[in-house]
Design a protein. Structure first.
Length: 241
């Protein structure tokens, strides 16, 4: 490791995210109710894409995903503020490592409890051989779990839009999916897949949404997502020529 990299790691190792433990009013749950009550197969700690991809796009399933997206957008507990580690962000790799272990131990959203997380923390300490950023995770596991909530929200929205885009005629979802896709891009959850679905729908309403998102003078989206929307508009123009 270079001297500069070592200094960056020491900076992250000393970082205090200042996050208190989040407690649920209805039990020892880590995740908010909106995530715990997701139906299968959307309730995996990490979406079960092989199962999701095989779901039939029946009226019942379509109504279900419409409710899921609306709940993810409307429930403030699903969108917590997550302090971000200082540059260069090496700590995020340690967060993701712990989140993967959490998913193995507690594979459904309703199974993730503080007792289970604390048990995993104890096991990792007893295992030894930890490098400094791994120790930071164990000392500040609360922020890692906040990040898990935000990641799950993004991952579920992404999976919904990818699943909808598998339909041979996604335009049939336009009356409800276009508005939800715009909201999700603005909220930066499932944004890339939402933009892909808007392009696949491609009707006048979808194009109008893409133009609003791409307008950097007054866009509700991040600049990165605005660029993606602009790219999709260019792709649609190419398809017409």
């Amino acid at each position: 490791m270079s001297e500069q990299s070592a200094g960056a790691e020491r900076s992250e190792e000393a970082w205090d995210p200042g996050v208190a433990r989040r407690h649920s009013a209805d039990g020892d749950y880590v995740l908010p109710r909106v995530l715990r009550e997701l139906p299968e197969p959307w309730n995996g700690v990490g979406a079960d894409w092989p199962r999701i991809a095989q779901l039939p796009r029946t009226d019942e399933r379509l109504a279900e995903v419409c409710r899921i997206l609306t709940a993810l957008l409307d429930d403030p507990e699903a969108a917590p503020y997550v302090p971000q580690p200082p540059s260069p962000g090496l700590l995020r790799h340690a967060w993701e490592e712990f989140q993967r272990e959490t998913a193995v131990r507690m594979p459904r959203t309703d199974l993730v409890t503080w007792a289970g997380v604390d048990g995993l923390v104890r096991e990792r300490r007893e295992r030894g051989g930890l490098y400094p950023l791994q120790r930071h995770v164990l000392d500040h596991v609360e922020v890692v779990m906040l990040d898990l909530i935000a990641w799950l929200r993004d991952d579920i929205a992404d999976s919904v839009f990818r699943w909808l885009a598998l339909d041979p005629t996604p335009g049939r979802f336009a009356d409800w999916a276009v508005g939800l896709a715009e909201r999700c891009v603005a909220a930066d959850i499932g944004a890339d897949s939402a933009i892909e679905l808007l392009g696949a729908i491609g009707d006048a309403d979808a194009v109008a949404v893409l133009r609003r998102l791409a307008d950097k003078t007054d866009t509700p989206a991040s600049w990165e997502n605005a660029d993606a929307a602009l790219g999709m508009l260019a792709e649609l123009e190419d398809r017409r020529t």
